[in-house]
Design a protein around this ligand. Sequence first.
Ligand code: G4P
Length: 560
Amino acid sequence: MRTFKVSKVNIGLADFRTPDFSDSGLPTTIMKYDKEIIRRKTFAIISHPDAGKTTLTEKFLLFGGAIQTAGAVKSNKIKKHATSDFMEIERQRGISVATSVMSFEYKGFLINLLDTPGHKDFAEDTYRTLTAVDSVVLVVDSVNGVEEQTRRLMEVCRMRDTPVIVFINKMDRDGKNPFDLLEEIENELKIQLHPMTWPINSGKDFKGVYNLHDKSLLLFIANQKATDEDILDMKELSVEKLNELIGEKDAVQLQEDAELIEGVYGELKITDYLNGKTAPLFFGSALNNFGVKELLDVFIRVAPAPLCRETSVREICPQEENLSGFIFKIHANLDPKHRDRIAFMRVCSGKFERNSWYHHVRLNKDLRFSNPYSFMASSKDIIEDAYPGDVVGLFDTGNFKIGDTLTEGENFYFTGIPSFSPELFKELVNKDPMKTKQLEKGIRQLTDEGVAQLFSQFGGTKKIIGCVGELQFEVIQYRLLHEYGAACEFRTLPFYKACWLTSKEPKKLEDFLRYKQQNSAEDKDGHPVYLAQSEWFLNTEIKNNPDIEFHFTSEIHKQQ
Ligand code: G4P
């Protein structure tokens, strides 16, 4: 029997199974603890809006048994036409609390999937969420290829060397040629790809994907969800049978493509993936549940378990006995009458326990949590404990802001939780002087939540709000009025970027700020900031002031 030629490619995935601790001779308590860490995978699915993030999330949850029916996960994106529909925003906020973290089990692994907002105006929220994950799955639409948000999200991943897996979605639609897509993604996202599956055509001619690792073929049948029985072992498949299944032309093409891919890409080096240099690549159709299981099965084998993290003092590793974690997201509660909020803490080391006292480093204060939440798909439950990689929802009455650290007494904070420059700047104008206090409290709390950034004019009283998108201003205006009873409006300012300033010569910095008063401000923590009108002005100032350093991100927490 003539068979499809299958060359040997060692992808080395076997090395990445869960280690077996049973014979390790470690004390039982440590064994249990390490097992908890090593079985956790904390990641986010990211994409340009509409590429299929929500659909893929839902398919993952279905595989994990966390939901039973399709349609259970609601997209948290705010549709374009609903820009000023605040009821919609409120509703969306409610949904995104419940789906902020979705935990599910799959083949013995505990997977924490962190949701990211779909709307580009909330991109900053997404960037912060990326500080709390250990890896990401990036979804690219096969028709649109690399889009604006894909580029920016990937930039954030590159800053942190986050391991990335790429899923090219919507292969059931007439998309770009897969080789062209490969080139586009590699060039535009500046990451080396490593195809794990390869498609046979796309759109109405889409016939399935060939799994380059398992040497198996998954045939696509339109409007029919693929199951395990649909996977064919290519080693057992005769050329005649393959010709019959996909047609001789496509069978020949597949053989050529597979040889070419294997010749060019060879072996996937897991360390390159873990260092964020190479991204395993999959093709499929989330809507048709096609190619998703292949992705998930490789994900659980290669994606990193919770990693060590840098702090202001030393590296903290998950295995350490003492609890540590940081707040990466704060969500206002749905009930506007009560200003309680949920602070999302990523556990980085040790074991979090309900009702234990923990040290809030910035406030130098001990706190205890009687109702910590965990999140399972669409519900939230009170938990007794949590391990590194987990996200715990902490009931907050105003103690937390983004970047805050909890420990068991040690004083440090986690680094690498930057604040990026806003893109739109407006002056906050108080419309009701009787409510000045409420406005100030409201804007302070909303900016603690990370809804926007607040700057104060240098040497003046002007309050400047910086956002990524227009929608954020509308949300702020609405929430200030409804939650704090404070009416405000915004006056557009001619700035395009904020740069945080440092200098080894404080006098020079002081002179610069005074001289450039119209463009100088302080951020919420009192750090000096230069507000540039345009790239030209910014470059000129950088050139003219060699003793001052202009930074494009700020590490939150420098005040400590
Ligand atoms: P997002 O979260 O990244 O914004 O994307 P989402 O999953 O909401 O998907 C955006 C649209 O693309 C949805 O259609 C969804 O059904 C569709 N889609 C997702 N995966 C695939 C796929 O593999 N093939 C095809 N052909 N379409 C796909 P919609 O009409 O905007 O929303 P809906 O009415 O279907 O919910």
